[in-house]
Every structure is written in structure tokens, then in C-alpha cells.
Design a protein around this ligand. Sequence first.
Ligand code: NDP
Length: 294
Amino acid sequence: MSAQLIDGKQIAAAIREEIKAEVEEMNAGTGKVPGLATVLVGTRKDSQTYVRMKKKACKKAGIASFGHDLPEDISQEELLKIVRELNANNDVHGILVQLPLPDHIDEETILGAINLEKDVDGFHPINIGRLSMKRREPLFVPCTPKGCIELLDRTGVEIEGKRAVVLGRSNIVGLPVAMLLLHRNATVSICHSRTNDLPGVVREADILVAAVGRAEMVRGDWVKPGVVVIDVGMNAIDDPTSERGYRLTGDVAFDEVKEVASAITPVPGGVGPMTIAMLLRNTTDSAKHYLKIV
Ligand code: NDP
């Protein structure tokens, strides 16, 4: 069997078009557009690339961006002051502090200072707390986990009652995606580096979300026939045949697993494009909430 390809690029493009239309309608009705502030500290190349991609995506959707590129040695107080200014700016509906922050800055203090109603990255401790509790709704859900669920929904995959296995328990991906699956009434197992018999647990999955950061770790004989696979992993592996000298691969051995699964995301082109689409979604929802548009 060869699995259905879950095309994240195509699904994300459709979502971005939906958002663009909503933004045009908002602008026509209120004269306002959603605004996203990105806060980048330091000169990490990967963080610079992510922020640039986010600004570009905003522009294409008609969302205003407010960029703060700050020096590596900025003090925590100065950074807090900028976050508070953005909290008070009525044209800013979402604030994204690009992680990781330098070691001298306490991440939780900064994330906790973001106005809850502008926490479009969903990492405010209160939003994470609500996500982890029964019958509590966070205002915003972190973008990559939200993108995983959106891929399942838009592919017509039933979640309720299914056995879901999440590989990885990070605050950014593994834990929140497990919580979202649980809220949708899946029966969830969370695996990590100390899990015994990982292939045995993975084999129980109807839905597998892999977020470990280990290239092609999940093999074809680890999965049950018909499993739906969401591969969050993004690993650069050496490839002398590629112009860049490396290629990107997921946590799942795609060529093997696609012969057993019923549906699978590719890497690249699966979860990656969904992360930015969900950021635009959260920012637009925040602006609608602020402007009282239902
Ligand atoms: P982390 O390194 O924070 O977490 C990795 C998790 O995997 C940990 O819980 C760790 O266990 C577990 N783990 C590591 N090795 C093994 C192993 N051999 N067996 C079982 N479990 C293992 O990574 P992130 O969650 O931040 O990212 C995971 C992957 O997703 C990365 O490849 C990253 O690049 C990608 N990613 C992609 C995004 C996208 O937009 N597509 C966005 C964010 C991340 P333990 O807790 O015990 O240490």
C-alpha cells in the first residue's frame, strides 16, 4: 500500500488565502488590519530566517508587521519595556518573541509579560496551563501543534476514540500536541528518551505524531498498517549530491513508512508550512476578537 500524501504546503496555502480574504473584509468594514509584532534578540541565523519568513507571510496576507530586532546584550528590563509598549499598542494584535532567548534573559518572565490577549504563539504560562486542564480553553494554541491537528482535520482523519502516540515531550511541540489530541478524545501515549520498547508503543498507534529531532528514526516495521503519520521532525543530514551539501529529512523513514501507513506528511512540505499559517490564523483571530468581529 502507498499512503496518501498529506500536502502541508497546499493546505497551508489554502488557509493563507482564507485569511487574506478575511483581512480584506476586515479592512473594508473597519479600516483596520491585524498587526503582528515580532521581537528578535541577537543574530542567530535560524531565528533571523524564521522571523523574516513570518514577516513575509504577514505581508502577503495583508497583515501589518511591527519588527523589533534587538542586540544580543539587551537587558531583561529593556526587553520587558518593549513587550509592555507592544501590549499597549492598539494596532498590535499579536506579539511573537522569537525563541530561544539569550541565557541572561529569563524566558518565562518575558513570555509571562505578554498580554494574554496578544499571545499568538500560545506560550504564555496561563495559555499553556489552560491547554493542560480539562474543560479550559486557552485563548491561543501554539502554532506547530495546532498545525498538526489542522492537517488531520483537513484530511478528514477522525481523532476521537483513536489511539494516538506522540514521540517527544517538549514544551513547544510534544506536550501541547498530546494535550490537543487528548482534548479531541484520542487515547494518548507520550514517548520520550526513557521510553522502553519504543517500536512496541509506536506500533499501537492509529495516529502517530513524531517530534524527536532524530533523522528517520521511525522505521517501516515500527508502524501498524493504516496508521496516519504526522512528521514534525526537521533534521539536516549530509547529502553531497545536493547543492547545499545537506537535505532536510523528518523523524520518520518516509520511503519505508509510506508503504504501511494510510496517510503521511512529507518533510519538507508537511508540518513546516502549517506553523506560519497558524500564526497568521491566531493573529487574525486576535484582531477579530479585539475589533469585536464575530
Ligand atoms: P526537543 O529536542 O525539545 O525535544 C525532543 C523530544 O524527543 C524530547 O522529549 C526527547 O526526550 C525526545 N527524544 C529525543 N531522542 C529520543 C529517542 N532516541 N527516543 C525517544 N525520544 C527521544 O525538540 P522539539 O520538540 O523542539 O523539536 C522536535 C523536532 O521537531 C525537531 O526536529 C525540530 O526541528 C522539529 N520542529 C519542527 C517545527 C516545524 O515547524 N515543522 C517546529 C518545531 C520543531 P526527553 O524529553 O526524554 O529528552
